[in-house]
Design a protein around this ligand. Structure first.
Ligand SMILES: *Cc1c(COP(=O)(O)O)cnc(C)c1O
Length: 376
């Protein structure tokens, strides 16, 4: 295939093209109504999203990072508390813990699923542990049942970070319906993405729902009556309208991601030294990212080679969080994350989105194989 064939990492324009009329209609309705904050589309999306996840409440907020922060605040997490999370995740998970005033306690990941290693969780629990944030990384649910078995009896909350796993199923129920609360991001590139920043907290707990509704709006009980200090972290009406249009397509888009992952898996079977993503038997994988691992050879060399051949890739993430400089002052247990450290050096995220063409997937695998064959 010629070098001019370009495979972008994601293609948000291709998706908009499919739903342009519906989106434009709904956006126009918001513009005509001019209720840009607290418009009726917000509640409409919240109801639809809660039903989709299978919980009683969804509360829209400004972004996924705020969703985590407000969930922690609603649960009363603050100074002196510890919150356990995975060593390999986006920095937002740790930022939210620190901004809540608590300390992140990292645990290593499972090399098969890249999610938090459950066996380590129990080992780092102390009397100060207030919550655990399992991250459903790359679109695969973390193993929630054993985490809940350890935390439940001790009164430790579980907050799912589902920012990469909209619609993924864990043991017959969707992620987001397992913890005391769960947090979603609708950043444009996520499986369900807005046209700007947006996020949500979902929960079955009425108390958490009410607390988050107030926290996102300056701690307001009603206009100009505040029961605590809060934030300005509301979900924009425009973003809610976009999300309401897109939500019914999410399952089909996830199915198409799974189909493309199947193409990659099958084509890579003939390529030595490449480890394709494993799907744990406890649930489904919705492939927010399709992440391979190189058994030998240079991941960075491969990345440069693919870029030269018109293929965009990513690394999620290049540095385990305990080794990120700005987090160092908050980390107690540095240097005990051999799996996360090894993965950070060898993982590579390949192009993945619902509109990716079969020929593009074939071209990516061909180029990976060509690089590996030419190595020696
Ligand atoms: C995207 C993401 C977030 C943060 O969401 P924003 O909407 O970008 O603030 C948090 N956690 C994980 C795992 C993410 O991928």
């Amino acid at each position: 295939m010629p070098v001019s064939v370009s495979v972008p990492f994601v293609d948000l324009r291709a998706q908009y093209a499919q739903i342009r009329e519906e989106i434009d209609d709904q956006v126009r309705e918001v513009l005509d109504g001019a209720a840009f904050v607290h418009g009726p589309q917000v509640e409409s999306f919240e109801e639809a999203f809660a039903a989709f996840v299978g919980v009683r409440h969804a509360i829209g907020v400004a972004n996924g990072t705020d969703a985590l922060l407000l969930a922690l605040k609603a649960l009363g997490v603050g100074p002196g508390d510890e919150v356990i999370t995975a060593a390999n995740t986006f920095i937002a998970t740790a930022e939210a813990i620190i901004h809540a005033g608590a300390r992140p306690v990292f645990v290593d990941i499972d090399p098969r699923t890249y999610t938090l290693e459950v066996a380590h969780v129990e080992r780092v629990i102390t009397p100060s542990t207030k919550a655990v944030i399992p991250v459903h990384l790359y679109g695969q649910p973390a193993d929630l049942a054993p985490i809940l078995a350890v935390t439940g009896p001790r009164g430790i909350a579980v907050i799912e970070d589902a920012a990469q796993a909209h619609g993924a199923v864990y043991r017959k129920r969707r992620v987001g319906s397992w913890g005391q609360a769960a947090c979603f991001s609708f950043y444009p590139g996520k499986n369900l993405g807005a046209y700007g920043d947006a996020g949500a907290i979902v929960t079955d707990d009425e108390g958490i729902a009410v607390a988050v509704q107030r926290l996102r709006d300056h701690g307001s009980v009603e206009k100009y009556r505040h029961d605590r200090l809060g934030y300005n972290s509301r979900l924009d009406t425009l973003q809610a309208a976009v999300l309401r249009v897109k939500l019914p397509y999410l399952e089909e888009w996830n199915r198409r991601r799974q189909e493309r992952a199947g193409w990659y898996d099958a084509l890579f079977r003939g390529v030595p030294d490449i480890i394709t993503p494993a799907v744990a038997d406890w649930g489904s994988h919705v492939y927010h990212l399709y992440v391979i691992r190189l058994e030998q050879g240079s991941r960075d060399g491969l990345r440069v080679y693919l870029a030269r051949n018109g293929i965009q890739t990513g690394i999620h993430y290049p540095t385990p969080l305990p080794d990120v400089d700005v987090l160092a002052p908050y980390v107690q247990n540095r240097g005990e994350f051999p799996v996360a450290t090894a993965c950070a050096r060898t993982i590579l995220s390949l192009p993945m989105y619902p509109e990716l063409a079969r020929a593009q997937v074939e071209y990516v695998v061909e180029q990976v194989a060509a690089y590996l064959a030419a190595r020696e």
